[in-house]
Design a protein around this ligand. Structure first.
Ligand code: AHR
Length: 643
């Protein structure tokens, strides 16, 4: 596993010269703010998990024994036997599909009378919530059925680890050597504070004594966002929706690339019936079920009112190897097919027809394609042929789309031909870097290039100490940096913090924007910064007297033209207060304005034990042609002024 932390571009910070009071005069001159400016970067990262066990609402971990080695204890991850039953993972002699070769073997000794079955502990727990109707299904067969068919009923339930059953359903079955699918629902009548619960499938021992049965694709979903089958977790979706994100970059990040080309995220393995999805070992070292597949991503993106920034594999994997020039055609065809799945005409294109068969006959919205991820790790092959091969072929097929190159503006910068218009840049650093970098984009020439800050985050304190959760000092530093996105949104068309999500019980990369458990969501201090920028993005940036890099105070003024509202963002990265005096080009119609502020003492973090240590609050201020605002230390404030 190669963990790539990148300072994608370095700039010269100017020396700080500032006063305690900052005078800001703005006019009505400026430029449009692109509607795509603030969005989300997502990949399945953070074992276990931001996709499986996270955004993807499936509750059963290891539901289809994908990519495991039969006969090993690891193959039984999350599963345990109930009663005297013997369970193991086997390579089925007659698998449910070629994509899912393995099954859970469930053997019950002759003479058994007591209850037998098996349980699953979910992704570090299973939430039990009053009023939720859970939808379940599984495949089963009896490889050597008795001459006389046996019929009976399983009981599917949710229970505590101590055995208290909260809700259950009866699931009839009949022995057969061919695979049958059983479905069931049950509704919880109580909410359990603890998530240490199990899903259980059990049966009276005398019914199945002497039988060996196989099970696979054992699935249980809670209610999902927008009620979608095979859908997304509601609370996480709503948390993201609260940010009003404009775009969703997926499926990576590293998780696009594979440890080798054979392990890459390959769209065709992620669509169609769930039994036809083999899953893969993702780039963060754990199984991706690919139940969260290309179709599910796109449908959810549409439901959320976002647009996709979709990556295609570009022939570079994390082992450092590049696909040879002679081998690129496979991946070019794959990328064309992937795009056709998204926007092709279902009446004439085979990949688009798969999309239509899954329920979306019309093309999805698609404007941006990212070609690879962090290809500065293999700049020579990207420059020699990978970029050109993919760009030329995709552009010829889909000239209406915008193609994003992944690289840096300094260091290993490949000279690409054709010259890209769109670049994705990544930065992980400390608060000082982001404070000093607030003017990084100001110094770039206006030569037609457009930038996507596709990944950035404060990952360490200035001392270099690693962060587990975002802290207010870093989040406010990011806010200072983001004033540069607003100001330079003539050349910065999109920006997204990364990574987005992590499971509180097991994680690989910290900090993350949102931390969750099976039944809680923790919004970090950086989440609130992202949210305030996104909610108060506006559609027009207004030029003002500007500050300098390294100054403790930054600001940005944007306008929502149709609402006649001006958003005055003030970022104070110092620990003590600073005053900003705005001189407006008009007299506000309302003499009292409303503002929102995120501020907290240095070091504050929102954590599982203190999830609301820093949350935004609102305040009133006096609005006139001049507005004097005293910004508290370590704060991001947004003052809304009505024309
Ligand atoms: O966001 C985590 C990782 O950082 C991404 O997968 C990769 O693109 C970058 O190195």
């Amino acid at each position: 596993m190669v963990l790539k932390r990148v300072l994608a571009f370095a700039f010269i910070a100017s020396t700080a010269v500032y006063a305690a009071t900052f005078d800001v005069t703005f006019s009505t001159a400026g430029h449009d703010v692109p509607p795509t400016l603030y969005g989300l970067m997502f990949e399945d990262i953070n074992h276990v998990r931001s996709g499986d066990g996270g955004l993807y609402a499936e509750l059963i971990q290891n539901r289809a024994f994908q990519t495991v080695t039969p006969g090993t204890s690891a193959a039984l991850t999350a599963w345990a036997a109930l009663g005297s039953a013997k369970i193991s993972v086997v390579k089925s002699s007659s698998p449910v599909s070629s994509a899912l070769p393995n099954a859970l073997s469930f053997a019950v000794a002759s003479g058994t009378t007591s209850t037998v079955g098996f349980t699953n502990s979910g992704y570090f727990g299973i939430p039990v919530t009053a009023g939720w109707t859970y939808t379940g299904s599984f495949y089963y067969r009896t490889p050597s059925p008795p001459a006389t068919k046996v019929s009976g009923s399983f009981t599917a339930d949710l229970r505590s680890t101590g055995g208290t059953v909260f809700t259950s359903a009866t699931v009839p079955f009949t022995t057969s050597s061919t695979w049958q699918q059983a479905t069931f629902t049950f509704t919880a009548s109580s909410t359990q504070t603890s998530v240490e619960n199990l899903f259980a499938l059990s049966v009276g021992g005398s019914t199945v004594a002497g039988l060996t049965m196989e099970f696979t694709l054992i699935s249980l979903f809670p209610p999902t966002f927008n009620g979608r089958e095979n859908g997304f977790r509601m609370d996480l979706s709503e948390t993201l929706l609260d940010m009003k994100p404009a775009f969703f970059r997926f499926p990576g990040g590293n998780n696009l690339e594979g440890e080798t080309a054979a392990d890459r995220w390959a769209w065709e393995n992620t669509v169609g019936d769930l039994v036809d999805r083999p899953g893969r070992v993702g780039d963060w070292g754990y199984i991706n079920t690919d139940g969260l597949g290309l179709y599910e991503y796109l449908q959810w993106i549409e439901d959320m009112g976002m647009e996709p920034i979709m990556a295609v594999y570009a022939g570079y994997s994390l082992n450092g190897a590049s696909v040879a020039s002679s081998g690129m055609q496979t991946y070019i065809t794959e990328a064309i097919n992937q795009i056709n799945f998204v926007i092709g005409d279902a009446s004439t294109n085979a990949q688009a027809a798969i999309r239509a068969s899954m329920g979306h006959a019309d093309p999805f919205t698609l404007n941006y394609i990212e070609i690879g991820n962090e290809d500065f790790f293999s700049p020579t092959t990207y420059a020699d042929y990978r970029w050109a091969d993919l760009y030329n072929a995709l552009h010829a097929e889909f000239p209406q789309l915008h193609y994003i190159a992944t690289s840096a503006t300094s260091g290993n910068v490949p000279t690409l031909s054709p010259t890209p218009t769109y670049w994705d840049l990544h930065i992980y650093s400390n608060p000082n870097f982001f404070i000093n970098g607030a003017f990084n984009f100001d110094i770039l020439s206006r030569n037609g290039l457009q930038f996507f800050q596709g990944e950035y985050a404060t990952t360490t304190e200035n001392s270099g100490a690693a962060l587990t959760y975002p802290f207010i000092d870093g989040s406010i530093a990011e806010a200072a940096y983001m004033a540069g996105f607003d100001r330079n949104s003539d050349i910065v068309f999109a920006a997204s913090y990364a990574p987005l999500l992590n499971h509180v019980s097991s994680t690989q990369w910290t900090p993350d924007l949102i931390t969750f458990s099976p039944n809680t969501v923790i919004r970090s201090t950086s989440y609130y910064v992202q949210q305030l920028y996104s909610l108060y993005k506006g559609d027009f940036y207004l030029q003002s007297t500007t500050n300098t890099a390294s100054s403790p105070v930054q600001w940005s003024i944007t306008r929502d033209t149709s609402a006649g509202q001006y958003f005055l963002k003030v970022i104070n990265t110092a620990t003590s207060a600073n005053t900003v005096v705005f001189t407006l080009p008009f007299t506000p119609s309302h003499t009292t304005g409303t503002g929102t502020i995120l501020t907290a003492p240095s070091g504050t973090q929102n954590t599982p034990t203190s999830p609301n240590a820093a949350v935004p609050s609102t305040f009133s201020f006096t609005a006139g042609k001049t507005i004097t605002y005293n910004a508290p230390g370590l704060s991001l404030s947004v003052l809304v002024v009505t024309e």
